[in-house]
Design a protein around this ligand. Structure first.
Ligand code: SAM
Length: 204
């Protein structure tokens, strides 16, 4: 997976490649899907949701340009895979999921895997998690109609946010940079994520 899908494309950050080598993706999907766990595509995780394609996980992580000392907020815990990849690299991960069952399952698994730098919350991630803000980085792993203003407010200055934005089923993966109160947007690539559902996202 790492050699052909990541290094073979444009993933070059050694920290990201090492994290992707370390975290076993099969642990985050149902046993019946283990034979497909390292395939180049998203997979179902129940509740109508997906674990993202490994390449998108690596690309989004790389675009955050992590040094290792950051506090990162993730919106959309899902299986917990992306949170584990982040937790391999950074100081603290805060992750929010709107579906309680997914959050609980991810929390149990990540504890079992020994992660001690991840905090879990069940709720509407479009509103962020004010209690622990500001965050050096924010990673949104569901497709948003626009940048949720709460997330922009909770982003540190300087800070970076990675977010798929656009339609409910096809989006542009964007990197948002906040610096000196200015906000710059950079288009990275097209992508397809499940919708970000919430007060500052899509209606259910
Ligand atoms: N990061 C996940 C992983 O590594 O498995 C994949 C996330 S999946 C593509 C998107 C997740 O975002 C789903 O689990 C979905 O329930 C969640 N989601 C959608 N809207 C949300 C919201 N407003 N707040 C929190 N989670 C949300």
């Amino acid at each position: 997976m790492v050699v052909s899908q990541l290094e073979g494309r444009d993933i070059t950050d050694p920290k990201v490649l090492q994290a992707m080598r370390t975290v076993s993706r099969h642990r985050f999907v149902d046993r019946s899907l283990w034979s497909q766990a390292y395939d180049d595509r998203p997979l179902p995780i129940g509740q109508g949701q997906t674990i993202s394609q490994p390449y998108m996980v690596a690309l989004m992580t790389q675009c955050l340009e992590l040094s290792g000392d950051e506090r990162v907020l993730e919106i959309g815990t899902g299986s917990g895979y992306q949170a584990a990849v982040l937790a391999e690299i950074v100081r603290d991960v805060f992750t929010i999921e709107r579906i309680a069952k997914l959050s609980q399952r991810a929390a149990i698994l990540l504890e079992e895997l020994g992660y001690q730098n991840i905090r879990f919350e069940v709720g509407d991630g479009t509103l962020g998690w004010n209690k622990f803000s500001p965050y050096d980085r924010i990673l949104v792993t569901a497709g948003a109609p626009d940048i949720p203003t709460s997330l922009l407010e909770q982003l540190n200055d300087p800070g970076k946010m990675a977010i798929p934005m656009g339609g409910a089923y096809y989006q542009d993966f964007m990197v948002i940079e906040k610096e000196g109160k200015k906000v710059k947007k950079r288009h990275v690539c097209g992508c397809t994520f499940v919708p970000l559902v919430g007060e500052q996202g899509w209606e259910e």
